[in-house]
Design a protein around this ligand. Structure first.
Ligand SMILES: [Zn+2]
Length: 118
């Protein structure tokens, strides 16, 4: 495939930046471990209070938030940036390399593998 043909293929899938993660990876790992260690409602409610403290939010998170919702929160993003990542991918060589880049729109760390031209 030529570079132009690959660009057409890339453009068939919409890729947009999801913005910055709500938590850094180390915090995600720590919270996920704490969530995994929850055995009772009291543990879960204590974890919710802990997350509220980290987020520095005054209102407490809903006490009935279940494990799945908490896991989704841990891996959520602050806001959708929406920057077109196909444009970013198209600025790099098509050499199959895995790249860690920062979103030009919001600065969030992003990760992708460049397509390779054969
Ligand atoms: Zn972004």
């Amino acid at each position: 495939m030529t570079r132009e043909e690959i660009l057409v293929e890339i453009s068939k899938v919409k890729r947009v930046c999801r913005g910055k993660p709500l938590f850094e990876q180390a915090t995600r790992d720590s919270l996920t471990a704490k969530l995994g260690a929850c055995r009772t409602d009291e543990h879960r409610i204590a974890l919710l209070a802990h997350i509220s403290t980290i987020l520095d939010i005054k209102a407490s998170l809903p006490a009935d938030m279940g494990g799945h919702a908490i896991q989704s929160l841990i891996y959520s993003f602050k806001e959708n940036c929406g920057h077109d990542f196909n444009k970013v991918i198209s600025t790099y060589p098509f050499d199959g390399k895995i790249r860690d880049v920062k979103c030009p729109g919001c600065g969030a760390p992003q990760h992708f593998q460049s397509p390779s031209v054969e």
